[in-house]
Design a protein. Structure first.
Ligand code: SAM
Ligand code: SF4
Ligand code: SF4
Length: 330
């Protein structure tokens, strides 16, 4: 539900400015062009532009707005058992991504990527394959100096730190660790330390974005959040809450709707199932499994082609999962 969020700071121009060789710049601009065509519904490419890999389903947090922290939520069940994608399978997936033309890989979905000890190897492998854009999203709690140094030298292009607050009061309401409020100041200090070390090492990448889910009880902090982080990071992402607790589908007023995620992305869950988007509601739509099919087979399948057609023709509301997703996105 990308159009319902706003990003301040042009991370793509900053990427172009930061890239060295002319060939790297050309490659990045070509990728952005492909992405633009797909996300504007102008072209379905022969491959997904972007792939999310949920390398495992573990998180050190249990935030109240996330399925991991919602025991009553039907999507919570999967997090009761730890699942990990085999290490060799991840290398195989990355090889296939490179072969078929995937330009962007994110090593996180609903998990904490820094809690996986192999994360730096995965990023490094993707970087050596010359996958153009490599990113992770993290709660920043495990940013030890060792992890910071590993990240800075991994080939990672972008990192998003999720904060959602500008005070310990609102942070503690939402972000829990072992059922207790996580320490806001520790998260902020970790991010500031990351930025300091990055600066000392004169690294341009990874570019840094901080994010803030707007809620009734924290929207008064939005301006101060912006003022504090604006000159420290490369972009600020204000996100809308997706309500995963409401099981009753509201009636959607409009008869037409389209979502661009199935046009540019595939999202791989820790159990190997492949989904058309990164939104938890979309997990009810299964496109296949990486242990039985290649990504190319999944992308070319009739099922996905029909699903993409539904979106290209603004008939997403005809799919009950998408209708429910649309209705529960603030
Ligand atoms: C699921 S988390 C995974 C990465 C990492 N654990 C983190 O929190 O940054 C990815 C992003 O989804 C956001 N998120 C989680 N639950 C959400 C919800 N119900 N609505 C909107 N965004 C949500 C988080 O704030 C985070 O920015
Ligand atoms: S830190 Fe991220 S994955 Fe973990 S519970 Fe919070 S939002 Fe979910
Ligand atoms: S569930 Fe459907 S509408 Fe929602 S993000 Fe996924 S593809 Fe888009």
């Amino acid at each position: 539900m990308t159009e319902k969020t706003s990003v301040l700071g042009d991370i793509h121009s900053k990427t172009v400015d930061g890239l060295g060789a002319k060939s790297e710049v050309e490659q990045y601009l070509a990728y952005r062009k492909e992405f633009e065509l797909a996300s504007n519904f102008e072209k379905v490419h022969n491959y997904p532009i972007h792939v999310d890999i949920e390398i495992d389903n573990f998180c050190n947090f249990a935030c109240t707005f996330c399925p991991i922290g919602q025991p009553e939520n039907k999507f919570h069940e999967q997090y009761k058992t730890i699942k990990k994608i085999d290490k060799n399978k991840i290398f195989e997936l990355l090889d296939e991504c490179k072969k078929i033309g995937v330009k962007s890989v994110q090593f996180s979905l609903v998990n904490e990527p820094l809690a996986n000890k192999n994360i730096f190897e995965y990023i490094n492998y993707a970087s050596r394959l010359n996958i153009v854009d490599i990113s992770i999203v993290s709660n920043a709690y495990l940013l030890s100096e060792k992890n910071i140094n590993s990240l800075l030298n991994s080939g990672l292009k972008k990192i998003q730190f999720s904060l959602d607050s500008f005070s310990p009061e609102t942070y503690k309401e939402r972000r829990l660790k072992n059922l207790k409020p996580a320490n806001y100041q520790k998260t902020v200090n970790n991010i500031l330390n990351f930025l300091k070390i990055k600066n000392e090492q004169k690294k341009i990448f990874p570019l840094v974005r901080v994010s803030f889910i707007e809620l009734d009880d924290n929207k008064h902090e939005k301006n101060n959040f912006f003022k504090f982080w604006n000159d420290k990071v490369d972009a600020i992402h204000f996100q809308k809450l997706i309500d995963y607790t409401n099981n009753e589908a509201k009636k959607y007023e409009s008869k037409t709707y389209k979502c661009n995620m199935p046009i540019f992305r595939l999202s791989i869950k820790a159990d190997g199932n492949v989904k058309p988007c990164c939104v938890t509601y979309g997990e009810e739509i299964n496109l296949g499994n990486i242990y039985n099919q290649s990504l190319n087979e999944i992308w070319q399948s009739k099922f996905l082609k029909d699903f993409q057609k539904l979106h290209l023709e603004s008939r997403a509301n005809e799919n009950s999962v998408c209708l429910n997703c649309i209705n529960n996105t603030a």
